[in-house]
Ligand binder design. Structure first.
Ligand SMILES: Nc1ncnc2c1ncn2[C@@H]1O[C@H](COP(=O)(O)OP(=O)(O)OP(=O)(O)O)[C@@H](O)[C@H]1O
Ligand SMILES: [Mg+2]
Length: 266
């Protein structure tokens, strides 16, 4: 018997009502996927194909019209500390400091801990993302990169079984993105949390993932196929570009995205 997947999306569909029309707009239909414990899976697809919608349904922030999401075999009913989300727009609590933002999720995840444990754990995760020294600043006083570091520290510090990342680096410049990707890899190595991540960036997906899910363009999007990334870990941006398999994978995915776009516009 196979072990139970950490996360299972089972025949999930999402439709929106169209104002003034009896017709419905179908974002995607019958999406099914599994993510094993400790796996790093990314989703790539054209803008509007429903990646964020799917991630939000897994997070329990949005509801599907058919199907269900299972976490260790149990149906997800709403948002929970067992699925921490990192959003593209950071979504920190603006009235709290960096320290307080991270500490809040530590307190929620470990309600029985002592003050010393809560403080030590919070500071350890701030250190992991190089935010020591900025702990008393509020989000408005931080750069985009620092805000996203804070978001990652907040999510990882809760040690959730599953992390959901929706284009966490999209608003960050390329150089800073590289540094934070390294921090993400480091934290993932340390915790081996199961990660489901949405990205537009093919190179980022190859660098980070065990598996890449390719979605066809919407409306009525679907999972077109899955690409396994066999490149051994640890990986770095420098080491993967020296790997012959990297170019074949990259071309395959880019060709998929281009062809699907042409099919849609033809
Ligand atoms: N509240 C809403 N009402 C109606 N349609 C919506 C609503 N929210 C999203 N949609 C539609 O659902 C589709 C999927 O949106 P979603 O944000 O999930 O796409 P995405 O793949 O994350 O895109 P991007 O890559 O641009 O972030 C889009 O066509 C969008 O217009
Ligand atoms: Mg999106």
């Amino acid at each position: 018997m196979y072990p139970m997947p950490m996360l299972q999306v089972d025949h999930v569909s999402r439709n929106y009502n169209i104002a003034g029309s009896p017709e419905k707009f179908c974002v995607f239909e019958n999406v099914s996927l599994k993510v094993d414990e400790g796996e790093f899976v990314t989703v790539i697809g054209h803008s509007g194909c429903g990646k964020s919608t799917l991630l939000n349904i897994i997070a329990g922030i949005d509801k599907s019209d058919t199907g269900c999401v299972l976490l260790r075999g149990k149906a997800v009913q709403g948002p929970g500390i067992d699925r921490m989300v990192v959003f593209q727009n950071f979504a920190l609590m603006p009235w709290l400091t960096v320290y307080q933002n991270v500490r809040l999720s530590v307190e929620a995840a470990f309600p029985d801990w002592t003050e010393k444990q809560l403080d030590g754990h919070t500071r350890r995760y701030l250190e992991m993302v190089s935010l020591e020294g900025a702990e008393n600043k509020r989000p408005a006083a931080l750069s985009g990169g620092m805000r996203q570091r804070c978001g990652l520290a907040r999510a990882f510090a809760a040690k959730p079984p599953v992390m959901l990342l929706d284009e966490p680096f999209a608003q960050i410049d390329a150089l800073t993105r590289g540094v934070i990707q390294d921090e993400l890899i480091r934290m993932w190595n340390e915790t081996r949390v199961t990660i489901f991540m949405v990205t537009h960036d093919v190179d980022e997906a190859i660098l980070l993932s065990d598996r890449i899910i390719l979605m066809s363009p919407g409306p009525a999007a679907a999972i077109a196929r899955t690409v396994d990334i066999p490149i051994e870990r640890p990986r770095s941006r420098r080491s993967i570009i020296e790997d012959q398999r990297y170019y074949a994978l990259r071309n395959d995915i880019i060709r998929f995205l281009e062809n699907r776009q042409e099919e849609k516009t033809a």
